[in-house]
Ligand binder design. Sequence first.
Ligand code: GLA
Length: 734
Amino acid sequence: MSIKYNADTKTFILQTDNSSYLMKISRYKNLLHLYYGRRIKDEDLDYLIRLQDRGFSPNPNEAGNDRTFSLDFLQQEFSTSGKGDYRSPGIELVNSDGSRIFSGKVSSYKIYKGKYCVKGMPSLRAVSKDKVDTLEIHLKDKVTGVEVILGYSVFEEKDIITRTARLVNNGKAPVRLERLMSATVDYRDSDYDLIYFSGRHMMERGFNRVAVENGIHSIGSTRGTSSHQYNPFAIICGKNTDEDRGDCYGYSLVYSGNFIFEAEKDQYGQLRVNMGINPAGFSFVIDEEEEFQAPELVLAFSDKGLTGLSHIYHDAFRENLCRSPYSKKQRPVLINSWEAAYFDFDEERILNIAKSSVDMGVELFVLDDGWFGKRDSDDCSLGDWTVNREKLPDGISGLSEKIHAMGLEFGLWIEPEMVSENSELFRAHPEWCLRAPGRPVTRGRAQLVLDLSREDVCEYLIETINSIVEDARIEYVKWDMNRSISDVWSGLFDKENQGETLHRYVLGLYHIMDEVILKHPEIIFCGCSGGGGRYDPAMLYYQPQIWCSDNTDAINRLKIQYGTSFAYPVNTMESHVSVCPNHQTGRTVPLNTRGIVAMDGILGYELDATKLNDEEKEECRKQVEFFKKHYSLISEGDYYRLTDPYSDRYVCAWQHVSKDKKKALVSLVITDKEGNDCQRYLKLKGLRSDTMYKVSGIKGKYSGALLMSAGIPVSCELREYESQSIVLKAVREK
Ligand code: GLA
């Protein structure tokens, strides 16, 4: 068992191969946090708890005259509320008497084999070879009867502890829940940096590293989706932690709606971390015997630097999260019609593009936006999922047959969560969108959001999407979501329940995805929200790949994919080669570089193939061939960031290494250039020191130790924005 309870010290000990997590029941039955970090023994950590009489730190009633025990400074697993802990809380609620107190004391606990269950939301699951044990601790408020059950599932060999919290109202009156964090972690000190990923539409997941300072550093989303602006992933790490060395803690929330992550340095220089559903605009009435489930948080610790932490998440997301069988299968190389034709196409144009792409080695054609209703621009027809026969006289099934006859598979774009005011659906059901009574609507991309907190809307969408994907031969669906949510108000709820709408929207979305995506495992679903506006683990549970960004500029993509790689495996990032000058930035970059950057993900194309000359098509064909040849190395291997595109102006490089370390692929892009340039070297990573490797483009064979400490030279002949792929193969020693 990876979980033990030591009755002598009243300590819970959770052990993974390389980390330990300890907590203790205090003499007054509060659950105190003791330790999270490098693996230690089952030791008595009482000496770390320093009790002291501190001014303005209240003492619980049970402590009597003992002024040294205060929740104001003790590390806690889940803070009480209104009882003398003034740091940002794990819970906020309003009891039936109007008080806002939750005083949770340990009432019972349970340790069992296997994983806890998270009802209605995606979560990690144990696969056959995993050793997973679970601890559930009940914290009960004796006065109200309300209980919070903390869940910990330990994935022993994966160095992961998943966390969740569930509130159960075992009292005699309803309570109003206004905040329930999935997890809190209290650190004894605050000598840490915080790393988080921020951005905007077309420039997602930028890397930020800041010192933890007094006050609360809070990131999150209030847009209804996990958002382009902040990703639901953050890292707390030591000041000296870098890619290869040092302690770091990862926080990844398996949730696609509003979230919050807080790092609070308190008055005594201690750090509290909270993560969960964003309390802004959130409130849930929990009746007697009812419960509320918080989404899962995936917690990981590594003492092997940021690369070590990334590898933990990559392996767990590939093996324990993604439900699609495609997660482990080779994805077809696709061509998408969006940047090729936008709304301006008919069947002939589409067939011509598809036909031209066959010579490039492309395997799947995706028809993007514009195929339904009267959709010739982005201001109408969302909701009317019937084919536009003027553009496509033989319908989607007719088009799909013609595409299949060329030897290509067929994919289609949909944006089911939205409705245009100029649509049949809106005219029939104006009450189906989110909008508050008596207020003019707020539009985003000229569209409104369907109210997925309503069962009738969800059932309608399940039927509609299922019939779209079943009525034609479709092997791929791009599921888009193109605006931030506003005007939150649902027609079916009383005024007391309006604060439930956005979370119920997310639950509605998961229900639809359960009934559509999980029922069609043969189809590849690609997630999208204006690119990477909903790039989160919950979406990866359903969709094996996500359109990483609407920005296809290869140079901008270096930073976007760099930031994405901290939590998410390469084989989840859809990445396309598009034309130059690039449609988003106007930059011109060689086709070779566009290919190399797109291969740092799931390679695809997004251009009018009829406009490529033979030489360009041949180059694309070679890219596809190269990608397919190295597919398993890229998508299943270990990923190493060799440079940091924020601090290294001249070269951006990364490396894939097979799990057995016999093969590696190094990719590099020249991002800036000077006259009479310096000779630069790239120090490789992840190789076996005593193994000899052949390196493409360099004569001879060299030891892993040498390649990792002296590196390989970056050719001075490469010009700005040019790039190179270098293949390494272990030499079999006789
Ligand atoms: C979003 C997507 C694009 C494209 C358009 C179509 O912006 O991210 O890739 O599908 O919608 O309207």
